[in-house]
Design a protein around this ligand. Structure first.
Ligand code: SF4
Length: 370
């Protein structure tokens, strides 16, 4: 069914928001210095080459032998420090292959990471992803130390809406339940009824048994959900700055160049893009689709690093890579992960009152899955 309405901060006379976590933080604080471990050697030596050879095997299709000597010393140091610190590294599918395949303990989409975060035994979680993901880990693990290697790793969706906006939406649409995509701040999660990811958005909306649902903040995911259900959807004007750049013309050009090519797209893309795709699904669903169908050539219409990560796993599938990078995800690098483990920075905190309310929304989603 077509979308019932679409709202944004300007409809409430509010300014368009900046990212709440956006801040410059280059200096190591006195507390971080006090708990720091010694800086390991970062030289490329025969020992480093030997110790990382099995990891290079995983990524040799996507990382050249020329690049590896610059990455391997960091990878060895990070993997050793993880043990010293009793830390676990969670990495989103959009992290680069040297992070995703060589230092991460758990990789996946937002839902997988949210669920895995609840099972983590280590005292320290290093979140290789963006700030809202680290907040979600903290919400689900209030007694653990959650670190993000660069707290400026934001998200255009998360920064499009605040908790105050949700309260205004509730005033305008009294009694209408609110679903928030996990790409939102803790402040927003605390104000909604339930969270969802792109894997389970339709299921979550329908689970509410309501004729109308407010779905925020991604207008394109909202339109996709509306196309899959009879529930009336009221949307928010947010968009992912990576996925909204794709166009239907671009996809038609791929198909014109090779009519046999398979095109799979993420539901954060605009409707004219999804109309051209052979399959639409979350990052986890896209990866499973490629694993199961094993196409000869495929275009993955999503953030660029995911195609690299799948290519590393499936070298015989030819990836056509339209390279739309997420600048926020790319703030996370090997040197910053190493710093994070040495200095235990940058620690993510969430106000306990907000965390408790936000946890209810996230857990309601997780319990729905089980
Ligand atoms: S890819 Fe889009 S939705 Fe994901 S973190 Fe980047 S801006 Fe946010």
């Amino acid at each position: 069914m077509p979308i019932a309405g679409i709202y944004g901060p300007d409809d409430f006379g509010n300014p368009v928001h900046g990212h709440p976590a956006a801040q410059t933080r280059n200096r190591v604080s006195a507390v971080e210095r006090a708990r720091a471990l010694p800086m390991p050697s970062l030289e490329w030596t025969p020992e480093v080459e030997r110790a990382t050879a099995h990891l290079y095997e995983r990524v040799k299709n996507v990382i050249s032998p020329v690049e590896w000597p610059f990455m391997a010393p960091y990878i060895k140091a990070i993997n050793e420090l993880k043990k010293t610190r009793d830390a676990v590294i969670l990495a989103h599918n959009y992290q680069t292959p040297e992070i995703f395949h060589c230092v991460a303990d758990i990789g996946g989409d937002s839902l997988q990471l949210a669920i895995e975060a609840t099972k983590v035994k280590s005292d320290i979680i290093v979140q290789c992803g963006v700030h809202f993901m680290a907040e979600t880990s903290k919400i689900l693990n209030p007694h653990k130390t959650v670190l993000i290697p660069d707290s400026r790793a934001g998200c255009s969706l998360a920064s499009s809406i605040t908790g105050a906006d949700v309260r205004l939406l509730r005033e305008r649409f009294p009694g209408v339940p609110v679903v928030a995509y996990v790409n939102t701040s803790a402040d927003v999660k605390a104000e909604v009824d339930i969270c969802c990811t792109s894997s389970n958005a339709v299921q979550v909306v329908e689970s509410l048994n309501a004729p109308t649902v407010i779905f925020l903040p991604d207008q394109y995911l909202a339109k996709y959900v509306a196309s899959q259900t009879d529930v009336k959807i009221i949307a928010w004007k947010g968009a992912c700055e990576v996925h909204e750049r794709f166009t239907g013309d671009e996809l038609r050009a791929y198909r014109d160049a090779d009519p046999s090519v398979q095109i799979i797209a993420h539901p954060e893309c605009p409707p004219d893009v999804l109309a051209e795709a052979d399959f639409t699904g979350s990052t986890a669903h896209m990866i499973n689709w490629v694993r199961n169908k094993h196409p000869k050539r495929v275009v993955m219409i999503t953030e660029c690093s995911m195609a690299d990560n799948v290519q590393a796993e499936l070298p015989d599938v030819e990836m056509v890579r339209p390279c739309n990078l997420c600048p926020h995800m790319k703030r996370i690098t090997l040197p910053k992960i190493l710093d994070s483990l040495i200095y235990l920075r940058e620690e993510v905190t969430v106000d306990p009152m907000i965390a408790e309310k936000a946890r209810r929304s996230v857990e309601r989603m997780i319990n729905l899955k089980n």
